[in-house]
Design a protein around this ligand. Structure first.
Ligand SMILES: *Cc1c(COP(=O)(O)O)cnc(C)c1O
Length: 355
């Protein structure tokens, strides 16, 4: 694929690493590519970062045809810039495209776009352990009509945001509220794909939790309000009576790459990992009897996020005395170690961009 590059004439000054936060600052350029039904994907280009212009009837503004991905570029101590399992993001984005009737992207072209873009923006990859250049590939339907149908035009973009360490203030276990009214997704819906609409629909519960002093919600399945699905926008895992349990992928759960990596790491460490249905009743029983040893969320942004308290039916339960557990810590150390180059990657998960 031919990618034309137009460089900015007004390069930004880099922000101090301890002031980055998440998703607030952007690099100098962005990748864009257009799709038309008759032409396929064309006009791949990297241009100065800036506003885009949309027709007021553009599909995405009315019918929500939008999907996205999230991955990071990491810098090792020796200065190598690398991605973690990018092919998994590429394949998942194409699975999202299939579900949302958006056009797929050739895998090699997608990888080339990521590589070319990150290489150009490499100075924006921060240096300290835990910091990264967060990459956001996304696609939206862009037909200029209010007619409802599969789109004939789409836009694919990648933007990059230098981001600070998720745990700048140390790994503090979070308080989670179990949500029994709103649901995030249903089987047959769009829960298994990364589309913007899932997020819009989950904000109300998140806000309710936040008002009560909880940082996120634990989602239950949409049919029975019984089986545990995810925590906030992360997958969730538990250690119950020695067994690691994570909800099985029933069709309403997002198949996280961190989830998959955690399962592989845990299995290779000799843990018994079970992907199965886990009811909220089983979880509450385990909380009451002290069999729930650890609970954590997992996703690209935080890697793992320990859960210290769970609130359900007016009762607040402590998990592991509100402390990060041993398995959670081991997972965090192993995955971040591989990503930032301090632990050998025996899995072949690292994709090198440049030195
Ligand atoms: C992105 C996402 C995850 C985590 O996926 P990773 O590939 O591990 O980053 C989990 N749940 C939801 C709802 C998500 O959108």
């Amino acid at each position: 694929m031919q990618i034309s590059i137009t460089k900015t004439t007004t390069p930004k000054t880099l922000i101090e690493e301890d002031k980055l936060g998440f998703g607030k600052f952007f690099s100098d350029h962005m990748f864009i590519m257009d799709y038309e039904y008759t032409k396929g994907w064309h006009n791949a280009r990297i241009v100065p970062f800036g506003n885009i212009s949309l027709h007021p009837a553009s599909t995405v503004l009315h019918y929500g045809s939008e999907i996205f991905e999230g991955l990071k570029a990491y810098r090792t101590k020796s200065g190598e810039i690398r991605l973690f399992r990018p092919m998994e993001n590429i394949r998942r984005m194409n699975a999202s495209a299939e579900r949302m009737c958006l056009p797929k992207i050739n895998e090699e072209d997608f990888l080339q776009a990521l590589k070319t873009f990150v290489e150009l923006e490499k100075d924006f990859v921060p240096h300290s352990f835990g910091t990264s250049l967060y990459l956001r590939p996304y696609m939206f339907g862009n037909d200029e009509t209010l007619g409802v149908h599969t789109v004939k035009r789409a836009t694919f973009m990648i933007i990059a945001s230098p981001s600070g360490s998720y745990y700048a203030e140390g790994i503090n276990p979070v308080k989670i509220m179990i949500e029994s009214e709103d649901v995030r997704a249903v089987k047959g819906g769009t829960g298994a794909v990364k589309c913007g609409g899932n997020y819009a629909a989950s904000n109300r519960a998140g806000e309710k939790a936040s008002k009560k002093g909880y940082s996120q919600v634990l989602w239950l399945d949409g049919v029975h309000r019984k089986y545990i699905e995810e925590v906030g926008a992360m997958n969730v895992m538990f250690k119950i009576d020695g067994e690691i349990v994570t909800p099985m992928l029933t069709g309403s759960i997002l198949p996280g790459i961190t989830r998959k990596s955690c399962i592989e790491v845990l299995k290779s460490m000799g843990y018994n990992v079970s992907e199965r249905l886990l009811s909220v009743d089983e979880l509450v029983d385990a909380l009451k009897s002290g069999k729930l040893e650890e609970a954590w969320g997992c996703g690209t942004a935080a890697v793992v996020s320990p859960i210290g308290k769970l609130f359900y039916n007016d009762v607040e339960y402590d998990v592991n005395g509100g402390q990060i557990g041993e398995v959670t810590k081991k997972l965090y150390d192993t995955l971040t170690g591989i990503q930032w180059g301090e632990v050998e990657d025996t899995y072949g998960w690292i994709y090198k961009i440049c030195d």
